[in-house]
Design a protein around this ligand. Sequence first.
Ligand code: SF4
Length: 293
Amino acid sequence: MTETTTFHTTQPHMLKESKVYQSQTLMGGLSGFESPIGLDRHDRMNALRTGDIGFVHSWDINTSVDGPGTRMTVFMSGCPLRCQYCQNPDTWKMRDGQPVYLQAMIDKVARYQDLFKSTGGGITFSGGESMMQAAFVSRVFRAAKEMGVHTCLDTSGFLNRNYTDAMIDDIDLCLLDVKSGDEATYKKVTGGTLAPTIEFGKRLAARGSKIWVRFVLVPGLTDSEENVENVARVCEQFKDAIEHIDVLPFHQLGRPKWHELRIPYPLEDAKGPSAALKDRVKKQLEAHGFVVY
Ligand code: SF4
């Protein structure tokens, strides 16, 4: 089957410059998957519980975007948060995703396993919020670990309780979004609560998973000195597991999607951070002993 080239932007790595990301993206879309048809609501709920089927927005093969080496990144559908800076509001509703059989996903990982191993890469689940489909994701990760393939979960951690300790044991690396350092700002940015992210970070650290923290820097929303200090204090609670923190500058690549979906976009006129602001935030986090990019 011919696999098509698509440019998919997601959060927060979709905040990277589009040309860079496009040049690193080799293939994707939803080609190459056998997809079940005719699922009613009962079938969907059952499949969600068992993980026999996952609801997928798209996938691609990329390098140095969603973890080390060459990776297969799968963007799952569904997200409980509503971040003001979301670049992919088209992933919010799980029902908009394409159902994909578990075995089809595992077969895809197997097909690329030699590439993953030779480049130090592996499989990354992103979204949307991949933890909404914890059973599917964790079963693919289990199969990947049995093949000796590196696993990476890109998540906000908001659905911490969806993940058991045994599931965490199959996560080699977590790209953990710390979207704010305090509950009030977190609520404003995402509509959700920060505490589950902290809890998930602690659990990852306790069970030996590595963490790359991601913090999206939005002038006027997340950039106050106090908020950045609080982000550092949050990260200190699982510091031993953190390899580095990525400060991701906000930009407007996702704006057309909000318009297409006719959702009022709260950051319509927001600008990305200046180099000076990014430098200040980087230094603030470095002062707490973190490696910051
Ligand atoms: S957590 Fe959900 S709402 Fe927030 S940026 Fe990611 S996909 Fe968008």
